[in-house]
Structures are given as structure tokens and as C-alpha cells.
Design a protein around this ligand. Structure first.
Ligand code: WTA
Length: 660
């Protein structure tokens, strides 16, 4: 465990601007500490108060936290509510019907605005359409859609009728999609004819057809297709329906299905260190509560804000900070289709200017790539745009390096917007550690402190607390309302993965390493401690990529490691042993290309290794274990200084040093 404190060297501190703090939901550190103290003194009372104050309950809950089957914790279980009702109807009752809910900008720049009244109507009609196809409470629906108003409508409509959605990112392959459809037992897939990214039309419906043809999907009765481009698709009679046909003539009234707070709102697959992706199951009540609270606390959301989270609905960030959080607090939000670099790398700045965004939330990878682009082309430099509407910036998904943080702060925020570096995970449902913009003094590269009620700590391998200044393993010591409930269909795997016995079975293991600053107690995330990679903020398991590689008929063995990358944070580097002799030169390049495309087909283009190296063998211990730590050093192009006395075949290192 490293004893090096990366934040110690960082002396820049940015206290909240006085005007921001004066008006903030949580104003000043005393207000933050008061909330923390309330949670410490009466943990359940704290959460119960917030759940009563923030959510609409059809039937109030009588118990707050049920720990009898820990770690299968239950929150507000006998309370009944509906998530879509809380996101839509509640706002209509507050008189926000005419307020713009969604400002959607398509890849080509066309803008569609949808008011709360209109969104409510669309959701109800689609919900009625789903019901007409026999979808109901407890059914699972897979959503494989582009960024669109319809994508948000589809998720909300599922929530309205108590169906559990599982969104699959549009960049996953037919095989990945099929695995998720099968694992979740979906009765329906909602998709689009195509998606549009950077002017290119890419198939979605055709991939769904391919996925369903792979087998074991007989539970899928219907495929509903949103017509995005009008591109050619094959519609299977009886099974496939156009979304517009399905909603035509449907009533705009749909009584919500009142469900228990513990009812699974969604299942979202994410990568773990071993085996196949895990279906992270989230609740309705606790999840929505945290989505709302973090909108208020972290984003200090106000009635006049124009909130923009650039994530895709295929990831958890898009769930919590596009589909649910912003709507639950009655905000106006921007939703965009496409990529940050099309029609040029000024797209984000242009959209902030055009739509007068006040809060902007994006990923470090995007920031780093736009820094590069702005350096190369002065015409799309952010200083060419009017970004004065902004009052708050956020970062998510991966560590933000201090240089990128400073650029973001200066060039996008004009040195007047706080930057909230939000640490969280698919499993946590919402932010865990983050500055509060009207309270926390900011330090570039640190996600600062845990939110009130989140009992984060750093421990050693035996679960004992470590003092500040000493790097260790990040854990959360008490359950919190928006936490993962289980891994879909696999309670045992859930317990083993997140509440391992080595730590007493009672603390949540995040899977990240972290360190707290000696003086401030600020957290800095030092990276995953398992075999999970973070490439451009996308989580990927090394084992998943290795399994994909060895599934290729030519491959005998493969080991995948992460390599630090200036833009994407990490990149994928694969060491491969073929069944035939080691290829060299052009032939090696050719095979590498074939293998990269193979991985794209097996998992999705996001999992393509950036680099592939071939060897006659892999570095192994005498007991046959692959020494990944050596491969990480080789990938970086560094000299091996570690002890290699347990290595069976040291000569192999020389061979694997060379990149193609
Ligand atoms: C990493 C994304 C440093 C971390 C919301 C975590 C971060 C994983 C940060 C979860 C941050 C996320 N600073 N690292 N602010 N935010 N991570 O499930 O390794 O896609 O475990 O959720 O991303 O990725 P996931």
C-alpha cells in the first residue's frame, strides 16, 4: 500500500465564492458538519426525515432500515411510492407543467424542447402502450436506445408501471446484449432503428435482431422500435412494433403502479473483477431519495438552473443525473445525442452558450480530449464562446488530474465556478464523496469529503482503520439508501463481492484504493484495487476482455492490463499467446487488428485493446499464475525493478517488452 499522499503536494485551495456560498442549499462548512452530526447521532432518523421531506409517498413507511438480513439491507420497505409519479406528477402539482423539462439537441443540431406536461403525457401514453402488450409490474424490459427524449420516456414509462428496466449502452455488441437479455429474463426490448454519432448512422435494431437470434431469448415477446433515422430495418411480424404506432391513440392518463420502496427500479450491468458482468439491482425509494438529495446538495439545483449532464443513459450517471435526479427536482435539463467532437470539438461550448447551461457535468476524458483539441485549433477554444451562464462544474467517472482540473476551472468556469469532483459507482446509486459547492474548499484532484450520512473510511487488508495520510482500501461502514440491493439473481456473489468476510461482512467494499490528507482529511481516489479498468470513464473487467480474446480460435492464452493514458485515463493492453508460433512484423499487425475487431464483436468497440503484444508465453510463477504486475510494468514501457525470483521463465520479459 502506498504511503505517498498525492494531495500533499497540491497547495492550491479554492474556497467557495462568497456569492455562491451565500445562496447555496448547504452554505458553509458548519452547515455540512451539522448534517453530518445529525446523521451520526440518529442515523435512521436522519434518513427518515429526508425521505419524508423529499419524496411523495402513497403510503408512508413505518420502518426506515431493516438490517435483519444484512447485507441484504432494506430501506423504507413498507412505504409505497412511484418513481415516475415523483418525477412528473409532483411537478405538475407544483405548477411546473409549462416548465421545460428536456432540451434535447440531436447529433445534427436540431433542438426539441419538452415541457413537464408534455413529458408526463408521453410517459403515460407509452406506459399504456407497454401495458397493452402485457408488460407489468416486476417484468424486466431491456432498453437499447440512443440518447433521445424517447429513451428517457421509455425508462420513465417502465417506472410508471412497475416494470424493471435494464438499459444496455448502445456501444455493446449483439453478444453482450444477448447475455444481458438472457440474464435479466427480459420480456421486451425497446430499441431504435439506428443511432447517430458524429454524422454516422449506426444500426441498433439489426443488432437486437442478431442478439435475439443468438438464442435463449424466448422470453422476449416484443421489440418496440423508436424511429430515429428512418433507416432500413426488418420488422418481425407479431413481435416487432414501432413506438409511434404503439402510442397512437393511447390515453394520456396512466395511473401509476404503487410499489414498495424496495421494488427494483432498474438493473444495470457493470464489470467486476471476475466472470461475467454483474446486474446491479437498485431500489425505487432509497435510490430516488439519493438522486434528489445529491441534485440539491452537490449540484445546488435551483429553479432557474439549466442542468447538463453529458453522460449516456446506458451508464449509471445517465440514470441518476439525466432520467431521474433532475426530473425529480423539477429542473430543466439538456440532453444531447452525439459526441463532443462533432461537428467540431467546440460542440460542448457551443451548446452551453446556446442553451445557457448553468451547471455542466462531464467526464475527465472528455475534458482532456477537448483540451488537446482547443490547443490544436484556436477557433474552437472555449474562449471563443460565451460561457458566462455557467455557475457550477462537475466531474465524474474517473480521477481528474490536477492539470485538467485547473484547465476546466479556468477556461470553462472562468475561475468563478466551483468544480465538484464526484466520486461514486454504479453500485452506490449516486455521489458518495464530493465537494459541496457552497461549502467545501476545493483542492484539484481530490473528491474531498463524504456526503452527510455516508460513512466512508479507509482500512487495511484486515479491515482495520488506517490513519489519515496512509493509503488503503475504501469502505463504507453503514448502509445507505441508494446502495446496490443485490446482484440480480445472485445474492451470494453480491455478498462475496461487496461485503466480504475478511472485512467482517458488514462494510461495503468499494473496490477502490484511497488516501486521506493528513491535515484536511480530504479523500483522493488512488484507483481500482481489483482487475477493473477504467477507460474513458467506462468500466471494464480485464477477465471479460481476456475471455473474449481466448474465445478466438487462434488464441491460446491472453492477459490484459491497464496502461496509463494521457487522454483516456487508462488504455487496454493485451498480451497474447497464439496456438501457432509467435507472429512478427506485418503479420503480427494483421492478427492484432483481427483480434481487436473480434473483441469489438464479442463485447463492444469500447473494449477493443489499444495495444496487443505477442509472446511465446506469458510471465508465470512456478505454480503457473500469470504475473500481471510485471505485465503492467512492461505495458508502461518501464524497466522491471521488482523481484522476479519467483518467475518461471524470465527470458519471456525481453520478448514482451517490444510494442508492435
Ligand atoms: C471510478 C461511475 C476517481 C472509480 C459513476 C469507481 C472515480 C468507478 C471517480 C466507478 C472520481 C468514479 N474520482 N475515480 N470522481 N468517479 N471513479 O460504476 O474507480 O462506471 O470505482 O460509475 O469509477 O465506475 P462506474
Amino acid at each position: 500500500m502506498s504511503d505517498l499522499d498525492p494531495v500533499k503536494a497540491e497547495s492550491r485551495i479554492f474556497p467557495p465564492p462568497a456569492a455562491f456560498a451565500a445562496d447555496a442549499t448547504i452554505s458553509g462548512m458548519d452547515a455540512y458538519y451539522a448534517l453530518c452530526a445529525e446523521a451520526e447521532q440518529d442515523y435512521e432518523g436522519f434518513w427518515a426525515r429526508l425521505a419524508r421531506e423529499n419524496l411523495h409517498w402513497y403510503k408512508p413507511f413505518s420502518t426506515t432500515l431493516d438490517e435483519t438480513q444484512a447485507p441484504l439491507y432494506k430501506w423504507f420497505e413498507d412505504g409505497l411510492l412511484n418513481v415516475s409519479y415523483n418525477c412528473l406528477d409532483v411537478n405538475l402539482q407544483k405548477g411546473l407543467g409549462d416548465k421545460v423539462a428536456l432540451v434535447f439537441e440531436a447529433d445534427g443540431g436540431e433542438v426539441t424542447k419538452v415541457s413537464y406536461t408534455e413529458l408526463h403525457q408521453k410517459v403515460c401514453q407509452f406506459a399504456n402502450g407497454l401495458k397493452s402488450l402485457g408488460v407489468g409490474k416486476g417484468d424486466r424490459v431491456v432498453i437499447y436506445m440512443p440518447m433521445s427524449v424517447e429513451g428517457v420516456v421509455a425508462m420513465q414509462a417502465c417506472a410508471r408501471i412497475g416494470a424493471t428496466h435494464s438499459v444496455v449502452f448502445g456501444g455493446f455488441s449483439a453478444k453482450s446484449l444477448q447475455e444481458r437479455i438472457v440474464d435479466v429474463g427480459a420480456v421486451m426490448v425497446i430499441t431504435a432503428d439506428q443511432q447517430v454519432r458524429g454524422g454516422k448512422h449506426l444500426p441498433l435494431k439489426a443488432i437486437v435482431d442478431e442478439a435475439l437470434a443468438l438464442g435463449d431469448c424466448q422470453k422476449v415477446r416484443n421489440v418496440v422500435v423508436y424511429q430515429r433515422t428512418g433507416g432500413e430495418v426488418t420488422m418481425a411480424g407479431g413481435r416487432d412494433r414501432w413506438m409511434h404506432d404503439l402510442v397512437a391513440g393511447q390515453s394520456a392518463v396512466c395511473e401509476p403502479e404503487w410499489v414498495s420502496a424496495e421494488h427494483p427500479l432498474f438493473i444495470l450491468y457493470t464489470s467486476g473483477s471476475t466472470g461475467k458482468p454483474k446486474g446491479v439491482q437498485h431500489s425505487s425509494g432509497g435510490y430516488l431519495l439519493w438522486a434528489m438529495l445529491t441534485m440539491k446538495w452537490t449540484f445546488d439545483i435551483k429553479p432557474n438552473d439549466v442542468f447538463w449532464c453529458t453522460a449516456d443513459i446506458g451508464w449509471v450517471t445517465g440514470h441518476t443525473y439525466i432520467t431521474y435526479g433532475p426530473l425529480a427536482v423539477g429542473a430543466t435539463e439538456i440532453v444531447f445525442e452525439g459526441i463532443p467532437t462533432y461537428p467540431n470539438a467546440g460542440r460542448f461550448w457551443d451548446m452551453i452558450q446556446k442553451h445557457k447551461a448553468t451547471i455542466f457535468y462531464t467526464a475527465p476524458t472528455a475534458i482532456r480530449s477537448l483540451i488537446k483539441a482547443a490547443d490544436g485549433d484556436a477557433t474552437i477554444h472555449p474562449n471563443k464562446y460565451d460561457l458566462s451562464s455557467l455557475r457550477l462544474l462537475g466531474s465524474v467517472g474517473e480521477p481528474i488530474n490536477p492539470e485538467a482540473w485547473m484547465w476546466y476551472y479556468k477556461n470553462i468556469g472562468g475561475e468563478k465556478c466551483p468544480v465538484v469532483d464526484t466520486f461514486w459507482q454504479t453500485e452506490t446509486g449516486g455521489h458518495m464523496m464530493t465537494p459541496l459547492p457552497g461549502a467545501t474548499p476545493l483542492v484539484p484532484g481530490s473528491c474531498t469529503l463524504a456526503l452527510p450520512g455516508i460513512m466512508a473510511a479507509i482500512v487495511d487488508e484486515t479491515g482495520h482503520d488506517l490513519p489519515n495520510g496512509q493509503g488503503g482500501i475504501l469502505v463504507v461502514k453503514r448502509p445507505w439508501p441508494s446502495m446496490i440491493r443485490t446482484i440480480w439473481g445472485d445474492d451470494e456473489r453480491f455478498k462475496k463481492s461487496y461485503f466480504p468476510e475478511e472485512f467482517g461482512g458488514k462494510v461495503y467494499l468499494a473496490g477502490d484504493g484511497a488516501i486521506r490528507n493528513k491535515d484536511t482529511g480530504y479523500f483522493t481516489i488512488t484507483g481500482r484495487i481489483d482487475d477493473v479498468l477504467n477507460v474513458s470513464g467506462h468500466r471494464m473487467g480485464t477477465m471479460e476482455i481476456e475471455s473474449a480474446l481466448v474465445a478466438h480460435p487462434m488464441v491460446a492464452e491472453a492477459a490484459v492490463v491497464g496502461k496509463p493514458d494521457e487522454t483516456t485515463g487508462e488504455s487496454i493492453c493485451a498480451f497474447v499467446v497464439l496456438k501457432r508460433s509467435r507472429p512478427t512484423g506485418d503479420e503480427a499487425k494483421q492478427i492484432a487488428t483481427e483480434l481487436r475487431n473480434w473483441v469489438a464483436k464479442e463485447i463492444g468497440p469500447i473494449a477493443k485493446p489499444k495495444e496487443i503484444r505477442f509472446g511465446d508465453n506469458l510471465p508465470k510463477t512456478r505454480s503457473g499464475k500469470i504475473m500481471r504486475r510485471l505485465l503492467r510494468v512492461l505495458a508502461k514501457g518501464e524497466e522491471i525493478t521488482q523481484d522476479i525470483s519467483t518467475l518461471e521463465n524470465p527470458a519471456i520479459l525481453e520478448q514482451l517488452k517490444q510494442a508492435l
